[in-house]
Design a protein around this ligand. Structure first.
Ligand SMILES: [Cu+2]
Length: 502
């Protein structure tokens, strides 16, 4: 707000000094630096002082404010590294990175700085790479000058004329593939006076990923060009991996603090409807532009675009960041968490926690038990305890919304699974319930239910077997074990319930 006033004041001053043709009230980006040389944009003259080496940070960290009142020469050294990293629990992918992370290292300079850019390509890279920075004025944004073969380095220099938050990305052919493999990041060009002070700044960037296997299919997954061309991503992620910003890696803040997020979207294909569940953005710089919008629920971030989002925290709890194209959040991974600590504020919010129901297994990246069980099954060593552990995780994500975490159900709506006499004598009835659904009149422990449970046949045979085994061994139920083969036999009874292929 202060900065807007400042801009308006400068505009007014410019108006007084004879610039009468300008429509009053229309802020003109060219106006602020009008007193300086070379360019009408933000050229404050030649760099002053010793060259400065830019501090680069991996996501979700952001370099400290520039804190300088003059333009400088800033040296940026960025190395391209091709490396295998997890994209989901038990799933790896060969990412191509700027600085070893997805998104790439965050770069922070001041408007008017002269940036000497060194792009290195690691000797063990297989591909040549380059960089197109959207904050560069000049053909290709640096791409042609920075084409770099494996084991080589190149250098080019640009003046950061426009303030704002900008995407950078690789632009080597096939461009889509380089971007899809994670080759993007953000560069912040601070306004000369800096950004208003906040308590936390974080770096979050969305990207869509295309793997040969299905979502969460285990093992190493190669890039799938056809899915990329069809724009059918397998994963939509914040910061390059499912769980990159959940559980122990959640972003953190306290009540009473203000958070600024630099949110980018690398694409390559999707546009992001960026939303934080339970927060309202007090201030957004949409598209990374200068003029703020206030009181925003969801901000659209184009592929190859970014926004600055700010909000003050009043109520403690877990705030879930999503792409509000919501299947992407719950079925493709586009989910991150900001954990806010502090005393309750019941006047603003009564304080009932609903996160576990909302998020299911997505809240904690704790699918280790599931992948352990899958590996053990493949090796032929699967034990009942491993099945129970995996089933517990899956139950949280799939069944607990209705039957509740403690299996007690909800009176009159969802029957209990705890001590249920519906399946006590015949465990197959749990398997059938999952794969074929339950409808019509059902009597459980003497109480009638007239409702519908949809079939959950997106679950694999392994998953069905593990959930059933978990339910049988929990909450005072009779115990027992269900095998993958039993699940597969139940599925075969109804051709519509075809095996999810993973
Ligand atoms: Cu590249």
């Amino acid at each position: 707000m202060k900065r807007l006033l400042l801009t308006l004041a400068l505009l007014a001053a410019a108006g007084l000094s004879g610039c009468t043709s300008r429509t009053s009230g229309v802020a003109d980006a060219n106006a602020a630096p009008a007193t300086t040389g070379g360019s009408a944009k933000g050229d404050f003259g030649p760099p002053q002082g010793e060259p400065i080496h830019a501090v680069l940070t991996p996501p979700p960290r952001v370099p400290p404010p520039v804190n300088r009142n003059h333009p400088a020469k800033v040296v940026v050294e960025l190395e391209v590294i091709e490396k295998e990293m997890p994209i989901s629990e038990g799933v790896t992918y060969t990412f191509w990175t700027f600085g070893g992370t997805v998104p790439g290292s965050f770069i922070r300079v001041r408007q008017g700085d002269t940036v000497e850019f060194h792009l290195k390509n690691a000797p063990d890279s297989k591909m040549p790479h380059n960089i197109d920075l959207h904050g560069v004025t000049g053909p290709g944004g640096g791409a042609a000058s920075s084409f770099t073969a494996p084991g080589h380095a190149s250098q080019f220099t640009f003046k950061a004329l426009n303030q704002g938050i900008y995407v950078y990305h690789c632009a080597t052919a096939p461009v889509g593939m380089h971007v899809a493999n994670g080759m993007y990041g953000l560069i912040l060009v601070e306004p000369p006076e800096g950004l208003p002070k906040v308590d936390h700044e974080y770096y979050v960037m969305q990207g869509d990923f295309y793997t040969a296997g299905k979502y969460r299919e285990k093992g190493h997954q190669p890039f799938d060009m056809e899915k990329a061309i069809d724009e059918h991503p397998t994963y939509v992620l914040f910061n390059g991996a499912e769980g990159a910003l959940t559980g122990d890696k959640s972003l953190a803040a306290k009540t009473g603090e203000t958070v600024r997020l630099f949110v980018g979207n690398g694409g390559p294909n999707l546009v992001s409807s960026f939303h934080v569940i339970g927060e309202i953005f007090d201030r957004v710089q949409p598209e990374g532009g200068t003029h703020p919008q206030e009181n925003v629920q969801t901000t659209l971030i184009p592929a190859g675009g970014a926004a600055i989002v700010e909000f003050h925290l009043e109520v403690p709890g877990s705030y879930v960041m999503v792409d509000h194209s919501i299947f992407r959040a719950f079925n493709k991974g586009a989910l991150a968490i900001l954990k806010v600590d502090g005393p309750e504020n019941k006047e603003i919010y009564s304080g009932k926690e609903v996160d576990s129901v909302y998020l299911g297994d997505r809240a904690e990246p704790n699918l280790k038990a599931v992948s352990t069980a899958a590996k053990a099954h493949a090796a032929g060593t699967l034990t009942r305890d491993e099945q129970i552990a995996a089933g517990k995780q899956l139950f949280t994500g799939t069944c607990s919304v209705c039957h509740q975490a403690n299996g007690e159900g909800l009176e009159g709506v969802f029957p209990p699974l705890a001590k249920s006499d519906y399946f006590a004598r015949d465990p197959k009835r749990i398997v059938d319930a999952m794969l074929h659904g339950v409808s019509g009149k059902v009597t459980v422990n003497g109480v009638e239910y007239h409702s519908v449970m949809p079939p959950m046949n997106q679950l694999t045979d392994d998953e069905v077997a593990n959930i059933a085994t978990f339910v049988l061994n929990s909450w005072g139920n009779p115990g027992g074990q269900v095998t993958k083969e039993q699940a597969s036999a139940s599925r075969a009874e109804n051709p519509a319930a075809t095996q999810a292929e993973h």
